[in-house]
Ligand binder design. Structure first.
Ligand SMILES: C[S@@+](CC[C@H](N)C(=O)[O-])C[C@H]1O[C@@H](n2cnc3c(N)ncnc32)[C@H](O)[C@@H]1O
Length: 265
């Protein structure tokens, strides 16, 4: 396990302020959160009732995207940035069911995710998993730490699910994606999800404002055009940038979260 910033996680955990990894875990029906996370999670749900559906649709999208990449596209390496707390169907479990030799590096900067990371390191014998405690804003440190596990001369799926929305400056978020994409060869992929105010979701804007006043880290929604621009220069895989619930699932009920998979030509 790599710890890019070297500090001990216990001293960094705050049980007084709601944190995204823990509240996301609460919305997904997990047990790894504090009372304050439940309180804030419930307040957000009361303002934006479909947030639980968003979280579940995002995870289901992860499952379909990784299945597609490991299965149809033969991708064997995954760099999952903004991993979140371990849950069911983590990236390596989905990928290694199809390709036992798949390698996965998980990255998050929340100390509680670091303390639970062991549950993400249950690799198949043929594959490998690793966990890097690092900030998405430092792609160079991430690539350096991940290169002990991933071969950056071979295709890598860069997974950015629900994470660029915590990089409030759109140009900074775009430059993070560019730096990551520059580090991987042709045939690599970017997989992303991102909240938006364009796909409905009553109360979403009000709930985000409440979140930013009461929880960490602050979040922003983006338009489809802004999210699509993160994938400039890449080839969007069908059906393109859509509600993540509808990506390769025509029956999915739309949620206010974009999802897309794009290939580096
Ligand atoms: C909404 S959750 C998404 C979890 C998972 N990717 C999913 O789609 O289910 C966002 C995760 O990003 C992490 N995160 C937020 N800001 C980050 C940053 N600057 N660097 C690394 N991780 C970050 C949070 O700790 C949290 O675990």
């Amino acid at each position: 396990m790599s710890d890019a910033d070297g500090s001990r996680p216990e001293g960094r955990i705050s049980s007084h302020i709601a944190h995204n990894a823990r509240v996301w875990n609460y919305w997904l029906g997990g047990k790894d959160h504090y009372e304050v996370d439940e309180e804030v999670g419930n307040m957000v749900t009361s303002m934006y009732p479909s947030i639980g559906e968003v979280a579940r649709a995002d995870r289901a999208f992860l499952g379909r995207a990784v299945t597609f990449l490991a299965g149809e596209e033969g991708v064997r390496q995954f760099l999952d940035i903004g991993t979140g707390l371990p849950t069911v169907e983590n990236t390596h479990e989905v990928a290694q069911r199809i390709a036992p030799d798949a390698r996965v590096v998980y990255v998050d900067n929340d100390p509680i995710v670091l303390t639970h990371a062991r549950a993400l390191l249950t690799s198949s014998a043929e594959g490998r998993t690793n966990y890097v405690d690092a900030d998405a804003r430092d792609p160079r440190a991430i690539i350096e730490a991940a290169s002990g596990t991933l071969d950056f001369d071979r295709p890598v799926a860069i997974m950015l699910l629900g994470i660029l929305n915590f990089v409030l400056d759109t140009e900074e978020a775009a430059s993070i994606v560019r730096e990551l994409v520059d580090a991987v060869p042709s045939g690599s992929y970017v997989v992303l999800t991102h909240p938006t105010l364009e796909l409905g979701g009553e109360g979403n804007e009000e709930a985000m404002k409440f979140w930013n006043e009461n929880a960490k880290p602050p979040i922003t929604a983006r338009t489809g055009a802004e999210v699509a621009a993160f994938l400039d220069g890449l080839d969007l895989v069908e059906p393109g940038l859509v509600s993540c619930a509808r990506w390769r699932d025509e029956e999915g009920t739309q949620v206010a979260q974009f999802g897309a998979v794009a290939r580096k030509p």
